[in-house]
Design a protein around this ligand. Sequence first.
Ligand code: PRX
Length: 649
Amino acid sequence: MSEKVYPVRPEVAAAAHIDNAKYEAMYEQSVNDPDAFWGEQGKRIDWFKPYSTVKNTSFDPHNVDIRWFEDGTLNAAYNCLDRHLETRGDQVAIIWEGDDPSDSESITYRDLHERVSRFSNALKAEGVEKGDVVTLYMPMIPEAAVAMLACARIGAVHSIVFGGFSPEALAARIEGANSKVVVTSNFSLRGGKVVPLKANVDKALQNENAAASCKTVIVVNRVEQELPWVEGRDKWYEDLVAKASADCPAEEMNAEDPLFILYTSGSTGAPKGLKHTTGGYMVYASMTHEYVFDYKDGDIYWCTADVGWVTGHSYIVYGPLANGATTLMFEGVPSYPDNSRFGRVIEKHKVNQFYTAPTAIRALMQQGEDVLGDSDLSTLRILGSVGEPINPEAWEWYNRIVGDEKCPIVDTWWQTETGGIMIVPLPGATAAKPGSASRPFFGVQPALLDAEGNTLEGAVDGNLVITDSWPAQARSIWGDHERFVQTYFSTYKGVYTTGDGARRDEDGYYWITGRVDDVINVSGHRMGTAEVESALVAHPAVAEAAVVGYPHDLKGQGIYVYVTLQSGYEQSDELMKELRLHVRSEIGPIASPDLIQFAPGMPKTRSGKIMRRILRKIAEDDFGALGDTSTLADPTVVDDLIEHRMNRK
Ligand code: PRX
């Protein structure tokens, strides 16, 4: 923990939407009288039919039921587009910056409205109806945002699958959501390389179950190149929108109708599709975007996430566009054409708010202090961080090199499940402590519990839970409400369990210490160790596999794999390579193991349970204090594991 405190500068507080006095007064009302607070805040978006009730939520494990604004009706795309036409039709909604620095585009609210309306009609013409699920497997091109908003406009539910996921992972998500249509692009461009994206969809649809639900693939023409085509199933996006009318009224949706599904990893089982609904989500995404980034009219806001993650949903598309903001969408990577790219983009588009991940900051930091070249970063006003704990060294570097010591840093803690930012230092209100996400946003009531579920008071470490509902919370797991209840509401009764550990200091600041379950966070990407294990044991050479995280300088956590081979297989560098490739093809490159140790046996209790605590310690190269190993069936296994450990400091 860093001891440093960076007070809010008076001029920042004076100019900000929220100063400390406002924060305290609003926070108090938000938790003491949520109906009044959110009843008022709900008006920040447009409703077709106003709500008459605000909060109706239960965390009781026998009846988890979460509803906000439940009798109101609205449309998310209407809120992101139509309502701005009169006042800011000619303002830029999306600045798109392509992979190649010479490739960029500015799309006004009027343009975007027209594009979305056309694609909405195209989807309808393909038979997509209200409530249907449309899977998007897209690069970071404007059509990704258009497709999201078109789904929202007609009441279809989008399910975005990150473009880095493998065909197998894509197939499972198409099947799981019973999705009729997939929208993709023929290729994508990253760092100057052409990546075949549609080819992955073709492979995914070789899976019978995925093919049984998906009958139409809509393909954006991103790169002119030949590709295989399935007549009748595959259709060019450009052809469909050319014939579609630009007039498509926004469907009237109930506040609790689903807006999107987003799959994320947990500690057990296959990834789960979190269900997010319309009203509460839009209110919360809009409000957090405005207050956390202190967004003001005319600002240029840039979030570097991918729309495949929740950050892209809430803070590239829905939050900013609901606020009539100008949001920048970046197709490329920070290292192309060279490491100064982030700086160049900030300068080129005069970016005011910049929101990125610690992993990207650490990668830049490794390149030295002049990595951003001579780019003019003076337009920057607010810096954000998301996805994993930011180590104080990276925070200080971000503050000094990117922010020139004048930009407040908002370290935003939240999750796919929470829909929006939950714990964060508001720029005009909260003194920053490097590495701490600090204080709760309005309406968010964090608490720390011990293993038995007792609430801990004061400065203490514990399991982070949220004791009452907030509007953007996921409502369920798609098709499996029982799993939703089991995962989030049964470990501790009556509260939402985050799966994270945290420490609270004397000032009431929260410091996220990382996951307390079998989930690891690699470069801000969340991964279930069980998922990687099941990919590994699907390989014929593998008898048993155990996966743990270990501290990694760049990625935050790396993936450490212990593998016991089937008899008849010999360990070799070749096999190691093959296993790595196998995991990449089962899940995707983000799950690629960093270190693989061949282990003749796993440390197991006499009842056969793998003692992961021991594996974690060895992976951390911290085997001095393994604790009690006397319950192991064969304690000598541990000596072998230590002797052949892969991560030596
Ligand atoms: O462990 C926390 C970590 O990322 C997890 C959520 O991952 P995901 O659902 O993929 O959403 C990422 C983007 C919101 C959390 O349980 N995490 C996220 N933000 C932070 C963080 N850990 C520490 N500090 C953060 N600011």
